[in-house]
Design a protein around this ligand. Structure first.
Ligand SMILES: Cc1cc2nc3c(=O)[nH]c(=O)nc-3n(C[C@H](O)[C@H](O)[C@H](O)COP(=O)(O)OP(=O)(O)OC[C@H]3O[C@@H](n4cnc5c(N)ncnc54)[C@H](O)[C@@H]3O)c2cc1C
Length: 372
């Protein structure tokens, strides 16, 4: 029953990305964001927040439904819709820790009428979030937010941003989480789109908070608990990155096979050259090995057993594998692989950042080592 539903979601997602996203990819890259309508279309099809309970406005499914959409996005080669941030990450903070008032945002997120973002990183606080300097000071009727964030995905499109800010002393216990609604919000602004080497269609910005007044009810959960909340949610975020990475690597191999079989050289095709087909065969093996590990992690997550070290292992393994496979499959395309009109070039460019965001892979190794 659930398997049928997941298959239906996957099929819908495949159609959505193929018909409503991929044909516009070049324009999204030029404007550094998708259209507002793209989110609404995803919402109309029921693809957003599929694992949020129905009574809170979501699809009432499980992580398997979420994984199906993430997989299809990677498999079709889209990297412009920041689906994981909007659907797999942001809503779950509100489900787990939000007040009923904050949870009223969930149906709007599910409909794609409101876009979600999460703002942790700052110019001087990336891997080490304990260095966050953005402050939220208690005022008579709420909070006053001051500071800046950088590299924030969905930065200009977001109607709600989960902002990590300092409400107490130094270190992780002084950090709190706020649900900041941006509509007509005085003192809030964002910078120009950051010019990235890949994932060009994503809306990645600096954010600025200048004496921004927030209501008392903007605090998510308990004061001083943001770091603990992040640690709790990060395994699911890292698993989401891994799903996309393995799906993109599978697509890279498929594209390389197709290209090698078509491209004629030396009186035959590239596929007839043992060095070419053996390299692609090795790539396919790398992908299958990681996919098997990924399936195990998805299953563990379904049983509530995906802990931080295991999530770090699949994030590390999948993103390193994607970088290597994308590079080797690009080689099969020769010079064409370097041209952004070819999906393989976009996979290659978009792979690089996956070893950095969601926790740099060196940090993943530390998380894994600490548990040994
Ligand atoms: C396209 C893009 C989208 C992003 N989206 C978001 C978003 O939506 N929200 C958000 O909050 N952030 C976002 N980020 C930020 C991202 O999470 C950070 O870039 C990442 O956490 C690394 O922080 P940093 O860039 O400050 O690098 P630094 O912390 O300066 O680290 C630089 C390098 O130092 C090494 N290093 C750091 N710490 C350790 C350690 N403990 N052990 C060993 N080596 C280490 C690693 O090699 C690391 O790559 C995004 C970034 C990009 C590029």
């Amino acid at each position: 029953m659930e398997a049928d539903e997941v298959r239906d979601v996957a099929s819908l997602a495949r159609t959505f990305f193929t018909q409503s996203v991929l044909p516009h990819q070049e324009r999204f890259a030029e404007q550094h964001r998708v259209d507002a309508f793209t989110w609404q279309e995803a919402g109309r099809l029921g693809l957003l927040l599929p694992s949020v309970p129905e009574d809170l406005g979501g699809g009432g499914g499980t992580f398997a439904h979420e994984a199906a959409v993430l997989w299809e996005q990677g498999r079709t080669g889209d990297d412009s819709l920041a689906y994981a941030i909007h659907s797999t990450i942001v809503p779950h903070y509100l489900v787990q820790f939000g007040t009923p008032e904050q949870q009223r945002l969930l149906p709007q997120l599910a409909a794609g009428e409101l876009v979600g973002a999460i703002a942790m990183t700052e110019p001087d606080a990336g891997s080490d979030l304990k260095m966050i300097r953005t402050t939220a000071r208690k005022a008579e009727d709420g909070w006053v937010l001051n500071g800046s964030k950088t590299f924030i995905t969905n930065g200009s499109m977001a109607g709600v941003i989960l902002v990590v800010a300092r409400t107490g002393g130094p270190g992780s216990k002084g950090l709190s989480l706020f649900a900041v609604e941006t509509k007509d919000l005085e003192g809030f602004s964002y910078g120009k789109p950051l010019r990235k080497i890949g994932q060009q269609g994503q809306d990645t910005r600096e954010l600025f908070f200048d004496d921004v007044s927030l209501p008392v009810g903007a605090l998510v959960g308990d004061e001083g608990a943001a770091f603990a909340y992040l640690m709790q949610q990060l395994p699911q975020e890292r698993l989401a990155i891994a799903i996309g990475a393995v799906a993109q690597a599978e697509l890279a191999v498929e594209l390389a096979i197709e290209r090698a079989r078509q491209r004629e050289a030396f009186g035959a095709t590239l596929w007839d050259l043992p060095s070419v087909r053996h390299e692609v065969a090795a790539c396919a093996t790398d992908v299958l090995r990681t996919r098997t590990f990924l399936d195990h992690c998805i299953e563990e997550h379904g049983e509530g057993r995906l802990d931080s070290p295991l999530a770090a292992q699949i994030k590390l393994a999948s993103t390193e594998m994607l970088s290597s496979v994308a590079d080797r499959c690009l080689q099969v395309f020769g010079g064409y692989g370097y041209i952004l009109d070819y999906p393989i070039a976009r996979i290659f460019a978009g792979a690089r950042v996956q070893r950095i965001y969601g926790g740099a892979n060196e940090v993943m190794k530390e998380v894994i080592a600490r548990a040994m």
